[in-house]
Design a protein around this ligand. Structure first.
Ligand code: UD1
Ligand code: MG
Length: 467
């Protein structure tokens, strides 16, 4: 098989996005737009080399993809698509085969489409091939001009096209296959005598034809795949298409999605079979969810791991947390980063947990804040319990043992340790360690004043009469 090297064009600013962030870094279903093209090259095509041409916010783009096996080249000034590919030539020295040129802002292309394009290019024995599409509204795109036999004659940009050429509805998608042997020589011959004064990559076709080299255009079956993203409107359209694709993939793998119209699942999220997603839930980042879980409405889960048979009740927000099998969270729970909820534990309504481990079978069912804490197994945390983890300067840890009973409205002033099987009386402020099995109680002894009701009752009655 003929080796393939990919050049991805990603140096443009993306002016029409009206953004401080360079276009190819805008997120699409939880990953930067450029990720899709990079993934196509690395995993879809398994290219021998993937070169990314960067310019605007180059450092940021490189940093975002620093772990991927990519070669970056800089285009200092955006002098056109031809000039952009020219920058990649030094890295293609010694490479013999097919150079596949992709655009970083065309994320919906399928690997099957690219393979069919590449194979046709090989079968036709062409020097250059362009992936084209027939669209209803070709405005803004380069037009495909074919010779009487149907081979590609040239590509003409809209601004440089004649009235007749503008009527052509077959457009250039910006995706090409070029023989490496021709690319370097061909690029040298490209000028910038055109409406934009840029080096157009599209001029390669004419250069090849002048040398009697065969050029072809391969039509894509579904034009949606080659939509370029130029505005936020395009971004939203692409997002919707990718979102539905992801949901279809999940449903076909055994996940129940009650309302696909309002369910948001990022590309990298993994969900086990027989899990049910209720309307309006958002699962983001690197979230992994096991089998038979239930995620109720309006919950948002980011970069978290859930075991099997976990229930997330409505309106819960979970970030960078781990939840083990059969745990129940919510409704209205907030699990913040570095929270671990062990198997069968329960975190109920209006409970916030941060950077803490909640032991197996432990319950914090109502209104509590647990931060920087280690809570053992089978412990009960009463309503209104607060771990006072912050002294205004530093954070401190609270350690609560196994089978502890923490009564309602307890403050645990960290750093503090509560021993196994101990009991904390309701309303207690714990400032010293509690030994195993002890009762800690710090509330003021109750005083009963006799006859109070009569006295007060008299006054209240008088007030009532007045009013
Ligand atoms: C280009 C094509 C046009 C095609 C359209 C498809 C040319 C001359 N025209 O036009 O025929 O129909 O794409 O979307 O190629 N880029 C750089 N450096 C530059 C200029 C662009 O890296 O100096 C990158 C951009 O970041 C982008 C891609 O190349 O990823 C395409 O550039 P863009 O300016 O969008 O080209 P179009 O005018 O859309
Ligand atoms: Mg464009």
């Amino acid at each position: 098989m003929n080796p393939i090297a990919t050049v991805i064009l990603a140096a443009g600013k993306g002016t029409r996005m009206k953004s401080d962030l360079t276009k190819v870094l805008h997120p699409l279903l939880g990953v930067p737009m450029l990720f899709y093209t990079v993934d196509l090259s690395l995993n879809g095509i398994r290219a021998e080399k993937t070169i990314v041409v960067v310019g605007h916010q180059a450092d940021q783009v490189e940093r975002t993809f620093q772990d991927a096996p990519l070669d970056f080249v800089h285009q200092e000034e955006p002098l056109g698509t031809g000039h952009a590919v020219l920058q990649a030539l030094p890295l293609l020295k010694g490479f013999t085969g097919t150079v596949l040129i992709l655009c970083g802002d065309v994320p919906l292309v399928k690997k099957e489409t690219l393979w069919s394009f590449i194979e046709t290019f090989w079968r036709n024995d062409s020097t250059l091939a362009v992936l084209s599409a027939v669209v209803k509204d070709p405005s803004g795109y380069g037009r495909i001009v074919r010779d009487p036999e149907g081979w590609l004659e040239r590509i003409v940009e809209e601004r440089d096209a004649s009235d007749e050429e503008r009527l052509i509805r077959e457009i250039n998608t910006g995706i090409y296959c070029v023989r490496s042997s021709f690319l370097a020589e061909g690029l040298k011959e490209i000028g910038k005598e055109n409406a934009q004064g840029e080096y157009y990559l599209t001029d390669l076709a004419e250069v090849a034809r002048k040398r009697d080299l065969r050029c072809s255009a391969h039509m894509v079956a579904n034009p949606i795949e080659v939509m370029g993203i130029n505005t936020r409107l395009d971004l939203a359209r692409a997002m919707d298409i990718l979102r539905q694709e992801k949901l279809i993939e999940l449903m076909l793998s055994g996940v129940t999605v009650i309302d696909p119209k309002t369910t948001y699942v990022d590309r990298a999220v993994i969900i086990g079979k027989d899990t049910t997603l209720h309307p309006n839930c958002t699962l983001q980042g690197k979230t992994r969810i096991g089998e038979r879980c239930v995620i109720e409405s309006n919950s948002k889960i980011l970069d978290s791991e859930l075991g099997c048979d976990v229930v997330i009740r409505s309106h819960s927000v979970i970030t960078e947390s781990r939840i083990e099998d059969e745990a129940v969270i919510g409704p209205f729970a907030h699990l913040r980063p570095q929270t671990e909820v062990k198997a069968k534990a329960k975190i109920g309504n209006f409970v916030e947990v941060k950077k803490s481990i909640i032991g197996r079978g432990t319950k914090a069912n109502h209104l509590a804040y647990i931060g920087d804490s280690l809570v053992g197994e089978e412990t009960n945390i009463g309503a209104g319990t607060i771990t006072c983890n912050y002294d205004g300067v530093k954070k401190h840890q609270t350690v609560i043992g196994d089978q502890v009973f923490v009564g309602s409205n307890v403050e645990l002033v960290a750093p503090v340790k509560v021993g196994n099987r101990s009991t904390i009386g309701a309303g207690t402020t714990v400032t010293r360690d509690v030994p195993d099995g002890a009762l800690a109680i710090s509330r003021v002894k109750q005083k009963n004043i006799k006859g109070w009701n009569k006295k007060k009752g008299f006054q209240r009655e008088k007030k009532k009469k007045k009013g």
